[in-house]
Design a protein around this ligand. Sequence first.
Ligand code: ARG
Length: 459
Amino acid sequence: MIEKLWGGRFNQPTDKFVEEFTASIEFDQRMYRYDIQGSIAHAQMLARQEIIPLEDSEKIVAGLQSILADIEAGNFEFNVSLEDIHMNIEARLTERIGPVGGKLHTGRSRNDQVALDVRLYLRDEIKTILGFLDQLQEAFLGQADSNLETIMPGYTHLQTAQPILFAHHMLAYYEMAKRDASRMRDVLTRMNQMPLGAGALAGTTFPIDREWVAEQLGFDGVTRNSLDSVSDRDFAIEFCASSSILMMHLSRLAEELILWSSADFKFISLTDAFCTGSSIMPQKKNPDVPELVRGKTGRVYGNLISLLTLMKALPLAYNKDMQEDKEPLFDTIDTVKGSLKIFADMIAQMSVREANMRGAASRGYSTATDVADYLVRKGLPFRQAHEVVGKTVGYCEKTGKDIPELSMEEFAQFSPDIDEDIYDFVTLEASVNARVATGGTARSAVVREIARARAERKG
Ligand code: ARG
């Protein structure tokens, strides 16, 4: 039987099933690097403050480094009866360097240790996520660059509304991804305070130097209240909330990609690498990747609700409930990373079927608003102009014509204010390129926004 690190007051061994039930080693082992990094800084601080002798600290640090090497080489067996990553590493340390290993936990508790480890781990993962977000933003800009002449129907209520540039549509997602990145950076800023030194909950009786440890570990400062330090999981919740918004954005794009690649739209093709076939219907090429990302959005929302519910009404300070924070957090990290990475590649490689987009834009009377705006410029109040164009569209529906195909005589039936120059306003290009105000779909406005995006990414 393995000796428990906390076994002193116990007379009976832990029930085998209880041991398995309460253990977190199956999932918290992924934090090993950060647990060791935190322990090394702590051990060095203990020596600097003369809480333990320098030679003991050096032995501890060397021992921890050799454990790190073993884990990375796959030569470390994690043991369920040692419950979690913290005790697995500490027990191995003492096995390796003798009783001096037991000095590492001076002035520290697993409660502040785990608070530190999760922050260190999440901090690195957010940096990776920011890298993927950056690649995705680049993919949107790349598609925008190549589609400055591609006109598609813009929709409201999924009904043809007004023509837009496909580049403009891509830039809409660029803006969302930019806000997602800014939310992730906010999470990083707020969470970057060092909790170690809180001990179990009240602080420690040893003369520790928290600020020095914080500096070693790249924190901006130290947490200011020991109870809060070991109780706070806001940062994990904030990360899951930002991830939920991010996934909501990806799910909207996923839905559009699924629609656009269908036989009814035929606006885009996804490369074969991102699709699969059907085992029965030979003609099928299914957009599995966007479908899965759309589906995975659900588990990310679920993880946010799990964490909020987990923390709800928990009394201060640490409670074992909080061990349950890890799986939803880790699952969110994995899902977001995977979804971003695959979307960045898929968007970059997606091909656009320009003629089909254009064809769809020229159906559905997408330039009707331009006729109304034309009449307003001739002095008609907008509501009246709306009425006139409504009747014109009714006529088009009956005769099977589109607005630019109407003759002057036909236009004249609806308003005496319509002149020959109407044809300069009702083409798709004219409609798009009239929307020049900042944020509009005119080619000139879109070119400006691409340049602006590139400049802000450099700067
Ligand atoms: N495995 C635990 C967790 O993840 C570490 C902290 C345990 N502290 C305690 N007093 N049982 O929350």
